[in-house]
Ligand binder design. Sequence first.
Ligand SMILES: [Zn+2]
Length: 378
Amino acid sequence: MRDVIYITSLELHKSLDNIEKIRHRSYLVDALIQAYELDKHNHFHSIQPQLATDNELASAHDRDYLDFLNFISNIDPNHEQLYKEQMDFYKIGYECPSFEQLPSFCKWIGGASITAARYLTRSNNNIAINFFGGWHHAKRSEASGFCYINDIVMAINELRKTFDRICYIDLDLHHGDGLQEAFYCSSKVLIVSLHKYETGFFPINSGGLDEIGETWGRGFNINVPLHHGIDDDQYLSLFMRLLPKINSSFQPEVFVVQCGADTLFGDPMKSFNLTTKCIIKCIEQIINLNKPTLLLGGGGYNIADTARLWTSIIGICLNETLDNDIPEHDYFSYYGPDFTLETWPGNRTNKNSQKYIDSLLDYIERNQIDIMKNQICQ
Ligand SMILES: [Zn+2]
């Protein structure tokens, strides 16, 4: 049985309180894990994170960007207009407003994913989880889509000190553009992102099938652009066909998975028709490959559904069957009217034909899997 290392602390909860879109979410997740008594399991280890150092933050971001985050967080909001030009340059404002605790937010969130990654480098074949992390949109010197720092890039950089080949899988509804940017020229970090890809959908003009990587990284960036309304059967069959090909051609030593929950039918993004069952099966498939695995959070704006998914993922990691009736606890009222753990499938129009799904897999097979196979075998 593999150990599950779970990163949590009061400082992390308080840090996430600053992000309006997901306020209270982290409390729900921890409370549901406790309601199912998963935290009492012999193989579940709750760990406090360490703060990221300036150098660790700088492994994913330019120093001038980090300096500006520190600077702007000290400016009275009434005087921010004086720095509008720089704020626009670093994309601070709108979705990513400045706030006083921004520097400590960055250090705690980044530090939590690095702490999780470090556990995987020290001990054999464990599963480490930081559901407070997974901020996949942040770029080297740009905030984006509620993300100020890219803790995932930092965690992968930490893992690279020990592991030669890392496979990152992004299950969030949105394209993992920050990861694509960071490792576009690398053959050591395979980036795989399954996401909604439609005109005008965020991140705009990013995540196309033909963005396959450049120079040394050519072939090592796999985008799976999906249309509105994909259902469990299609998503799962696609994933089950893709994962073994990736595993055998790239032969990763470790997996990093962003478990964004905004693909679920009940999410306010109103895009896919997926249930928790589908995503859990995808994660189970990765876990069954028996390699060190880092699981991260991500999107998920129906906070009860997100807590349902992430608690169920821990259940799978610990090989525990969870009662579908949610136990009574402090946040019980959030789970009405059904008070069940599983979520319902949606009935949105599915704009993905089977022919389209097959064409995606054909493209990846022809253009990327073969390149990887040849390069890894050399
Ligand atoms: Zn998302």
